[in-house]
Design a protein around this ligand. Structure first.
Ligand SMILES: Cc1cc2nc3c(=O)[nH]c(=O)nc-3n(C[C@H](O)[C@H](O)[C@H](O)COP(=O)(O)O)c2cc1C
Length: 211
């Protein structure tokens, strides 16, 4: 875990909050690291819990790099990942001066969504997202909840109006997924594309379902 990187290294912020779908988060982080990205990673308390609850202790934040390498291969070592405390509102990414290209919150809880929608900046996840909006940089939100209340739907509209991309955790099925990893690949591919990164995780639609 290190901070220095060449100015040309693509630097992004990834936040993991306490919604279901930890597999989407680890797939996204692994794919970005594989492309040599420099990641500032912030995980809320419930995000930490969901990583362990859904993926096991080996996916805890302290062991995340080894977990990613074991699951997705040594390519993840091409990138760098620094974990920053969600309580550190004085961290680099709390400022617009940080040369960050964009941010994704994956998965994004309804609580964090509400915080971003209303510019609350109660913690580093919300503050870093607020910085993306004020600096007019890409902010991708991956909400997961069902069904949704009117306030939750309104919060999504508010985020979209402020410039965020709302990319719900809704993988498609037209690529005939066989495994949970296929579903995670689909969603992570969409996230990378929304951040302006190259992605080979989900194939372009060819006009027909290939069996
Ligand atoms: C096992 C578990 C699953 C949860 N799943 C969701 C979910 O899918 N969506 C959601 O918005 N909140 C979910 N929650 C509730 C959030 O974790 C909770 O609102 C938390 O305060 C969110 O805080 P955070 O955004 O700071 O992580 C879940 C909580 C637990 C313990």
């Amino acid at each position: 875990m290190s901070t220095d990187a060449s100015p040309r290294t693509p630097r992004y912020t990834v936040a993991i909050t306490g919604a279901s779908g930890a597999l989407y988060a680890v797939r996204t982080v692994a794919a970005m690291l594989d492309q040599g990205c420099d990641l500032d990673l912030v995980v809320s308390d419930y995000g930490r819990r969901l990583l362990v609850d859904e993926l096991g202790r080996e996916a805890s934040i302290e062991r995340l790099m080894s977990y990613l390498e074991g699951k997705y291969g040594a390519g993840v070592r091409r990138g760098r990942c620094e974990v920053i405390s969600n309580r550190d509102l004085g961290a680099t990414i709390a400022s617009g001066s940080r040369p960050t290209r964009g941010m994704v919150i994956v998965p994004c809880s309804m609580k964090s969504l509400a915080g971003v929608a209303n510019g609350l900046s109660r913690n580093l996840v919300e503050r870093a997202a607020d910085v993306m909006l004020k600096e007019r940089k890409p902010l991708v939100l991956v909400p997961r909840e069902t069904p949704m209340s009117l306030p939750q739907l309104r919060n999504m509209v508010q985020c979209a109006e402020a410039g965020a991309v709302v990319l719900p955790a809704m993988p498609g099925f037209y690529h005939l997924p066989q495994t949970l990893d296929d579903l995670a690949d689909f969603l992570a591919g969409k996230i990378l594309a929304a951040l302006g990164l190259e992605q080979r995780l989900c194939a372009d639609w060819t006009g027909r379902v290939d069996r």
